[in-house]
Write a protein that binds this ligand. Structure first.
Ligand code: FE2
Ligand code: FE2
Length: 295
């Protein structure tokens, strides 16, 4: 099945744009390290101006429609997890039926991306739950196969119900978001409390949050943070929204930051050999997850 539920030629196009915007991995630590303003200025490029029209339109739709109400209705629609029962492999195969329109001959499939991410994490000697997070982190993209629009599956995520950070890409498109007219959503804290933690913050809807709910009872918190916040670029790359976080969030975001380079920079054109890798991943999945998961 090809994904034509939006302006992007495929979900990949959003990720290519991310790589354009963040060509280098972030410094590993400490969290929220000050960015050297001189360096930043020298490297400044207008990514919004240079973005492809399809990417621009994708963000316009995302920012226009991701309202507090919209997210609540999607949470109600999907987080009952009553649609399917699938093993991780079945979900991987299901996700892999999603084919980008961009260039099916040379582009890697979703499964290739997940295996490459996991393999690089494994190669670097990280814990087993970290490898598993790499393998499954994008499985929430099956939302596309339920007919969900691209802008409601991928895209940088951000809190809804409070003021939008100035650092969110294409910030200007929020001017058409109906939440602009809700005064209670337009203050710095909005409907939230200072420092109470991201657990009580509603994020814009997409594949991160959906998968988090599918696996939340089974993985260590570090892996769950990676899964839940890997698209939260305004926080993990730009240091925004720290006032909504508590100490646990701050500690755990080191893991979200550790995960990001694997997600963004491990793509290569060598297709992983699934047959060879399968026994290792069978054991890994079994170690943490039940035979079937509710989706
Ligand atoms: Fe993702
Ligand atoms: Fe990914």
């Amino acid at each position: 099945m090809s994904d034509s539920s939006g302006p992007l030629a495929g979900l990949e196009e959003w990720e290519e744009f991310l790589k354009d915007r963040y060509p280098e991995p972030a410094p590993a630590s400490p969290p929220f390290q000050a960015i050297n303003p001189a360096k930043q200025k020298a490297e400044f490029r207008d990514y919004e101006k240079d973005a492809r029209p399809s990417v621009r339109e994708f963000y316009r739709l995302n920012h226009r429609h991701q309202t507090h109400d919209f997210v609540q209705s999607k949470r109600k629609e999907f987080l009952g997890l009553g649609r399917k029962q699938m093993s991780v492999w079945e979900a991987l195969e299901f996700l892999n039926t999603l084919v980008d329109d961009s260039d099916p001959d040379t582009d890697l499939s979703q499964l290739d991306h997940l295996l490459q991410t996991a393999e690089q994490i494994r190669h670097d000697g990280h814990p087993r739950w970290f490898i598993l997070a790499g393998l499954i982190h994008d499985l929430g993209k099956i939302l596309c196969l339920y007919g969900e629009a691209q802008w409601a599956v991928v895209g940088d995520t951000f809190p809804v119900g409070c003021a939008w950070s100035d650092k969110i890409v294409f910030r200007q498109f929020f001017a058409d978001n109906p939440d602009t007219n809700e005064a209670r959503y337009q203050t710095r804290l909005g409907v939230y409390e200072e420092g109470k933690g991201l657990g009580s913050v509603t994020m814009s809807w997409g594949h991160d949050e959906y998968l988090y709910h599918v696996v939340k009872d089974y993985l260590p918190p570090e892996a769950l943070y990676m899964i839940r916040y890997h698209s939260f670029y305004p926080a993990h790359r730009d240091g925004e929204y720290s006032y909504l976080m508590n100490q646990q969030d701050r500690d755990m975001f080191q893991w979200v930051r550790a995960f990001n380079p694997y997600d963004l920079y491990t793509k290569n054109h060598q297709r992983p050999n699934l047959k060879e890798l399968r026994p290792f991943y069978d054991d890994l999945i079994k170690e943490y997850l039940p035979a079937t998961l509710k989706w």
